[in-house]
Design a protein around this ligand. Structure first.
Ligand SMILES: [Ca+2]
Length: 153
């Protein structure tokens, strides 16, 4: 697949075409995953696959169907979790079962839905919860943060 420069995100028509193609490809992948009965114990799997598809497209900036170092770096910056090049390499290696140096959609799903935890998954799950809370869906439980603005002198 043709590579597009990350600096040129407003790539216009070519970009839109790529994104459309990617969405079709990921829809097919989701369908295949449902047919293959992967993650069959997962609740609301169809809904979750839709969510993960959107997330994957959002972070796969060049729509190459894999998350490489640049994509993950961008993802972490977007989540206010800036990491070094080496840290990102390690984070990818944790979930890159094919050892390609990138995260494919299947690996992304295995990371989010599989039994194994990873740094990237913890960060993304946290982000998921924070988003839901912001929408008033499911407020995070547990004690409130100790310091509030009222504590400031
Ligand atoms: Ca990519």
């Amino acid at each position: 697949m043709e590579k597009i420069d990350h600096a040129n995100k407003q790539g216009g028509k070519a970009w839109g075409e790529l994104k459309k193609k990617q969405e079709e490809y990921l829809d097919d992948e989701n369908k295949a995953i449902l047919e293959e009965d992967l993650y069959k114990d997962e609740e609301d799997l169809e809904e979750k696959l839709q969510q993960y598809k959107k997330q994957f497209i959002e972070y796969d900036v060049d729509h190459s169907n894999d998350l490489d170092i640049t994509d993950v770096k961008f993802m972490m910056e977007k989540l206010d979790q800036a990491k070094t090049h080496l840290e990102i390499k390690k984070m990818i290696a944790e979930v890159d079962t094919t050892k390609s140096g990138t995260i494919t959609y299947r690996e992304f799903l295995a990371m989010m839905l599989g039994p194994k935890s990873s740094v990237l998954r913890i960060i993304l799950k946290f982000e998921e919860k924070a988003k839901l809370a912001a929408n008033g869906v499911d407020r995070p439980k547990g004690p409130p943060p100790k310091k509030t603005f009222d504590d400031l002198p």
